[in-house]
Write a protein that binds this ligand. Sequence first.
Ligand SMILES: CC(C)(COP(=O)(O)OP(=O)(O)OC[C@H]1O[C@@H](n2cnc3c(N)ncnc32)[C@H](O)[C@@H]1OP(=O)(O)O)[C@@H](O)C(=O)NCCC(=O)NCCS
Length: 106
Amino acid sequence: MLLFESHVCRVLSVAVVPSQRRHGLATTMMRTAERVAQARGCSGMRLEVNTRNLAAIELYRTLGYKVDGHLPAYYTWGDDAYSMSKPLEAVHTPSAVSSGAAASPA
Ligand SMILES: CC(C)(COP(=O)(O)OP(=O)(O)OC[C@H]1O[C@@H](n2cnc3c(N)ncnc32)[C@H](O)[C@@H]1OP(=O)(O)O)[C@@H](O)C(=O)NCCC(=O)NCCS
């Protein structure tokens, strides 16, 4: 689940059914989200993650996200969160700036 806020794309949640974990699905979803955000002109990704959620923290770290804040009692049940972010490179393709453009013939 993504939320586009001005030039930042916030990742609100990502989850993979337990039986399918560790097969790269979350990595694929996150990379796809980053491409979508780039195409919409976002300059960065942001997310919050429970400080106890070592699997998710490792996922984001391997994708290049850095911890840039510690949010005490961020969750309603009292757990802390880290805020993490990753800058995105600007893309300058016509399809990235012109949402109504027709696809080129193959
Ligand atoms: C976190 C979650 C989305 C990861 O999904 P996934 O499809 O298993 O992740 P990937 O297979 O793409 O893993 C990529 C890398 O992340 C890290 N990682 C993922 N799960 C991990 C775990 N349980 N322990 C340690 N590292 C882990 C590893 O570096 C992994 O690479 P590797 O498998 O080559 O070692 C999944 O565990 C999940 O749905 N958890 C419950 C929901 C959740 O916590 N969501 C995130 C907060 S909203």
